[in-house]
Design a binder for this molecule. Structure first.
Ligand SMILES: Cc1cc2nc3c(=O)[nH]c(=O)nc-3n(C[C@H](O)[C@H](O)[C@H](O)COP(=O)(O)OP(=O)(O)OC[C@H]3O[C@@H](n4cnc5c(N)ncnc54)[C@H](O)[C@@H]3O)c2cc1C
Length: 540
């Protein structure tokens, strides 16, 4: 293809994902310089501006103006930490939040990662070596990560816990997860709502100027430096003039189309996390300022069709170690993969055109009376599922979503397979073979543990389509190891930081459960350190 300035920029940008934001032509100055150089060699014209042809949000006319040292965009897990830390370090802070309340998806976690924390010291827990954690992440990410990002984070993780404890956050216990070292710090009651509520209270105590229902829409730039942000508040456009801006708008997990484009999953049945507001606003605003894009990934969890969060149906319909069949009617993985990680379950399922989980009526009775084999979110294993029978009846009556039902039931495997739209003849053979292995007590084909060889013999049979929830996206905006936003040449864009789900560079794949809680841990670490750095920058 002939190199023109336009297609050079488009190609460079699209590789990193800017195209998903309609910003394929919005390239930083350094990319423009490279393009100009390339064109000079081919005799092309080089006079256009960096954002030529891009759909950049026009600079709005403000209805009101406030002055601050630091503006934080997004008041979830990372943004609250950033705002508090900036205020603790003497900055006047404005926080724009899109929703009517603070907290974002930060309300959902059970706990966070840290090593060498005061809580571990109190409990006599010895932390793993930093290099062992990073080596584990290198393996998990096929060596596509950079040491410094993890190193800084791990070094700061214990201090993050000390900082949270000082603010009044309760860390209930520290445990291993799925065989990991003891690094998972559980919040009060086994979840992090008290943590987020404590952080919200601290923003108030420290005088952070919080604007709710005020989505940031554009950043303000002068001489290459970011010097403020515009938000659309209930009473019109507010301009917050500031020396520094911190992007913590939670990534793009609320936008199914972006997950499909940037991460590559079939998102037909994908569920988005509880906070629908995280649709990539921070990424778009950063790209408009010339930020480079970084590869993006997703924290995913195994789900069935339809939003059944909080129900017994949720517990049994995805990720449990029953029999799994794909569109060919074949088994395709050891079904106890969920004992290792629900994220890996998603990856295995999404590699099939269709994936179904199947159990029989004997197992159904056991689920109702004794509970499920594996813990799902906050429901522990072996907890009787009293509402399951009613919920399955309701699911069977619920209209199809995009051609898939919430639950299937039939008296024969052949009929069940036909309802689910998979190869019935092969499915019958697969079930016969699987039952043979269950009788032997050894899974010679896939090596599933004997305790999960649950036969599928007694009608009626139940089936559930396996899909995913994107719980948070990971990355997107390119940053240096100190969360300063960079352009394609790696040059820092003055005055602009990004962290939490907006920018991380910690993973190229997904969430590695062998380093459990690494996402929330990173939100606290990145928020805390960005707030301090931005406050110091504003004072200088
Ligand atoms: C069910 C579930 C369980 C989880 N469990 C764990 C766990 O145990 N451990 C763990 O480490 N992680 C866990 N996570 C992931 C964790 O919740 C996220 O990593 C974390 O919340 C990300 O924080 P954030 O600040 O980037 O985004 P959020 O906390 O979602 O905050 C982003 C905020 O930005 C706001 N916003 C968006 N756009 C704009 C805009 N234009 N202007 C202003 N505000 C804007 C949003 O409304 C939101 O309040 C879980 C997630 C889910 C869904």
């Amino acid at each position: 293809m002939e190199i023109t300035r336009r297609n050079f920029l488009t190609g460079a940008a699209a590789m990193g994902g800017l195209a998903a934001f309609g910003l394929a032509g919005c390239a930083p100055k350094s990319v423009q310089a490279d393009a100009d150089e390339a064109l000079a060699e081919t005799g092309g014209e080089t006079s256009a501006t960096a954002t030529e042809g891009a759909e950049v949000t026009p600079e709005p006319t403000p209805d009101a103006t406030v002055d601050a040292d630091v503006v934080v965009i997004g008041g979830g897990a990372s943004g609250l930490c950033a705002a508090i830390s900036a205020a603790q370090n003497g900055a006047k802070v404005v926080l724009f939040e899109k929703q009517a309340q603070l907290g974002g998806n930060g309300m959902m976690p059970e706990g966070l990662f840290a090593v060498n924390s005061p809580k571990q010291a109190e409990l006599g827990i010895e932390s793993p070596r930093k290099i062992d954690i990073i080596a584990n992440e290198f393996q998990f990410n096929n060596f596509r990560i950079t040491y410094d990002y993890w190193s800084n984070y791990i070094d700061g993780s214990g201090e993050s816990i000390a900082w949270l404890l000082d603010l009044g956050v309760v860390i209930e216990r520290v445990e291993s997860m799925f065989g990991s070292p003891e690094v998972f710090h559980y919040g009060e009651g086994g979840h992090c709502e008290q943590m987020i509520e404590t952080l919200i209270a601290a923003t108030d105590t420290l005088g952070v100027d919080v604007h709710l229902n005020a989505p940031a829409i554009r950043l303000k730039q002068e001489d290459g430096a970011v010097v403020g942000a515009y938000a659309e508040g209930p009473e019109g456009v507010i301009l917050a003039n500031a020396k520094a801006v911190i992007l913590t708008s939670g990534g793009f997990s609320g936008d199914t189309e972006k997950v499909r484009e940037l991460v590559g999953y079939d998102t037909t049945y994908m569920q988005t996390p509880p906070n629908p507001a995280n649709v990539g606003d921070g990424m778009r605003m950063a790209f408009e300022m010339g930020a480079a894009s970084a590869p993006a990934a997703c924290l995913t969890a195994s789900r069935s069709v339809g939003d059944v969060r909080g129900t017994d149906l949720f517990v049994v319909s995805a990720g449990q170690p029953f029999l799994w069949l794909n569109e060919l009617g074949h088994r395709y993985i050891w079904e106890d993969l969920g004992t290792q990680s629900m994220t890996l379950v998603v990856r295995a399922n999404m590699a099939q055109k269709k994936a179904f989980s199947i159990f029989d009526s004997e197992e159904f009775d056991r689920l109702c009376n004794e509970g499920a084999p594996l813990k799902r979110y906050r429901t522990l294993a072996h907890t009787p599922l009293m509402n399951l029978a009613d919920e399955i009846e309701q699911a069977l009556e619920t209209p199809e979503i995009e051609g898939a039902k919430l639950a299937y039931r039939a008296d024969t495997i052949e009929e069940l397979a036909e309802q689910m739209g998979i190869d019935a003849e092969e499915a019958v053979k697969a079930v016969e073979r699987y039952n043979e292995l269950c009788e032997k007590g050894i899974d010679e084909d896939f090596g599933k543990a004997a305790e999960y060889l649950i036969p599928v013999k007694t009608p009626p049979f139940y089936g559930f389509r396996e899909t995913l929830e994107c719980q948070t996206s990971l990355g997107g905006i390119d940053i240096d190891p100190f969360n300063r936003v960079v352009d394609a040449a790696g040059a820092v864009i003055p005055g602009l930081w990004a962290g939490g789900s907006d920018a991380s560079k910690l993973t190229m794949e997904s969430y590695n459960i062998e380093v459990p809680g690494s996402l929330l841990g990173y939100c606290v670490y990145s928020g805390r350190t960005m707030g301090k750095a931005a406050a110091e920058y504003a004072k200088a």
